[in-house]
Design a protein around this ligand. Structure first.
Ligand SMILES: Nc1ncnc2c1ncn2[C@@H]1O[C@H](COP(=O)(O)OP(=O)(O)OP(=O)(O)O)[C@@H](O)[C@H]1O
Length: 353
C-alpha cells in the first residue's frame, strides 16, 4: 500500500532520513517510533508530499507519489497532528466538513456526515456548534480524528496526535482509535516517541534511530523480545521484559480458591487468613486482613485480572493486591480465583520464557 524505496532526505547536508526502505501494510497500524529528531515526522510527511525526498521514492498503491498533484494527494489522506490543527474561526462541524466540502460534497450532506462522525469519535452532538477553543484538549483531538476521517480516506497519517493530552485521556483516545480501527481497517501510519503507546497501538513498529536510520521493523512482540541492537534495546527500556508479558496469554494459569464472604457474613468467616469481600453480584469488594473481620476496615483491592487476558495483567493483579494474591474475575465480573505471583512465573517457565 505505502512503500518507501531507498528514501533519503537531507537538510543542509545533514540526513533527516537515511536510506529508508519499508513496506507499510494495508489495513494495519504501523507506528514510527524513536527518540526526538530521528526522522519520524519527516518520513510521515513524505507520504503525502508535505516533504519531498532528496533521493529515492515513495509509492502508494504502486504509484510514485511525486507524479501526483500534491494538493489532491494530501486531500486523499487523513492527517492528524499533535495540536489538533483545527481552524479556530470555524465551528467544530464546519472543521470536520472542510475536506468533503473541498472535494465538492454539498454543504448539507457534508454537515450531516460531520454530525455522524462526531458520534463515531465519541463526541456529543451539541459540541458541533462550538469553536475549537471552547473544547478540552482531548475533545479537540477527537475532532481532529473526525476531520481526518471525513472524506473516508484509505490512509490516515497521525503525527503524535495524543501527546498533548493528559495520560488518562491519552489512554482513552488510544482505546478509541483501536475500537474505531476494528471497523474502519484503515492503513494508519502513526508517529510517537512513546514506546508504550507504540506497543499498544501498533501492528508493526518501525523503530528509528539517530541520523534517520531505520533500526528495526517488526511486530511489537518481536521488538520487545528481540531488539536487534543496543540502540533498540536501550530505547525500548528496562521494563521491556515486564511489558512483553502483555503478549503472553494467561491461559492455563493456576488459580487458587478464594475465601470470600459478603460484608454481612464477614463476621462469621474463620479469622485466619485473608478474606476477600464480595458484593451481591459476586464481584470483589475489598480485602480483610487475618484477624480482622469488620467490613468497615476493608482494604481497597489491587488491579483485577480478567480471565483470558495477558500474563502482564495477572502479574500486576498479584503485585498490586494487599493480600499478595491477585483477584481473577470472569467475564461477568465475578470472582473466579486468586493468582499468586509464583503461579505467573510457573506459567512463564511452561512457555519456555
Ligand atoms: N524543515 C527542516 N529544515 C531543516 N531541518 C529539518 C527540517 N525538518 C526537520 N529537520 C531536521 O531533521 C531531523 C528529523 O526531524 P523530524 O521532525 O523528522 O524528527 P522526529 O523524529 O519526528 O522528531 P520529533 O519526535 O522531535 O518530532 C531533525 O534533526 C530536524 O532538526
Amino acid at each position: 500500500m505505502v512503500e518507501f524505496r531507498e528514501v533519503t532526505k537531507t537538510y543542509a547536508g545533514q540526513p533527516a532520513v537515511h536510506d529508508l526502505t519499508l513496506d507499510i501494510e494495508r489495513g494495519a497500524i504501523t507506528v514510527f517510533v524513536g527518540p526526538s529528531g530521528c526522522g519520524k515526522t519527516t518520513s510521515l510527511r513524505m507520504i503525502n508530499r508535505m516533504v519531498e525526498p532528496t533521493a529515492g521514492s515513495v509509492l502508494v498503491d504502486g504509484q510514485d507519489v511525486s507524479a501526483q498533484p500534491a494538493a489532491a494527494l494530501r486531500r486523499s489522506m487523513g492527517y492528524v497532528m499533535q495540536s489538533s490543527g483545527l481552524l479556530p474561526h470555524r465551528t467544530v462541524l464546519d472543521n470536520v466538513a472542510t475536506v468533503p466540502r473541498l472535494n465538492g460534497v454539498r454543504r448539507m450532506a457534508a454537515r450531516k456526515r460531520a454530525e455522524e462522525l462526531l458520534a463515531v469519535v465519541g463526541l456529543a452532538q451539541e459540541l458541533g456548534n462550538r469553536y475549537p477553543a471552547q473544547l478540552s484538549g482531548g475533545q479537540q483531538q477527537r475532532v481532529g480524528v473526525a476531520r481526518a476521517l471525513a472524506a473516508d480516506p484509505p490512509i490516515l497519517l497521525m503525527d503524535e496526535p495524543f501527546s498533548a493530552v493528559d495520560p488518562v485521556v491519552r489512554a482513552e483516545l488510544q482505546q478509541e482509535l483501536l475500537r474505531l480501527q476494528q471497523h474502519l481497517a484503515k492503513t494508519i501510519v502513526f508517529v510517537t516517541h512513546d514506546i508504550d503507546e507504540a506497543t499498544i497501538l501498533g501492528d508493526k513498529l518501525a523503530v528509528f534511530a539517530t541520523g534517520g536510520r531505520l533500526a528495526q521493523f517488526g511486530t511489537p512482540e518481536e521488538v520487545l523480545r528481540a531488539p536487534v541492537d543496543e540502540f533498540v534495546a536501550g530505547f525500548v527500556g528496562r521494563d521491556r521484559g515486564f511489558r512483553s508479558l502483555s503478549f503472553n496469554n494467561a491461559a492455563g494459569l493456576t488459580l487458587l480458591p478464594a475465601a470470600t464472604a459478603t460484608a454481612d457474613r464477614a463476621a462469621e468467616a474463620p479469622a485466619e487468613g485473608w478474606l476477600l469481600l464480595t458484593n451481591d453480584g459476586g464481584g470483589p469488594a475489598g480485602w480483610l486482613p487475618p484477624g480482622q473481620r469488620d467490613p468497615a476496615k476493608a482494604l481497597i483491592g489491587g488491579s483485577l485480572f480478567t480471565l483470558g487476558s495477558s500474563l502482564r495483567q495477572a502479574l500486576d493483579a498479584a503485585l498490586s493486591s494487599p493480600s499478595g494474591a491477585g483477584v481473577a474475575i470472569d467475564a461477568d465480573g465475578r470472582v473466579a480465583g486468586l493468582i499468586e505471583p509464583s503461579a505467573v512465573l510457573q506459567r512463564l517457565r511452561a512457555d519456555g520464557n
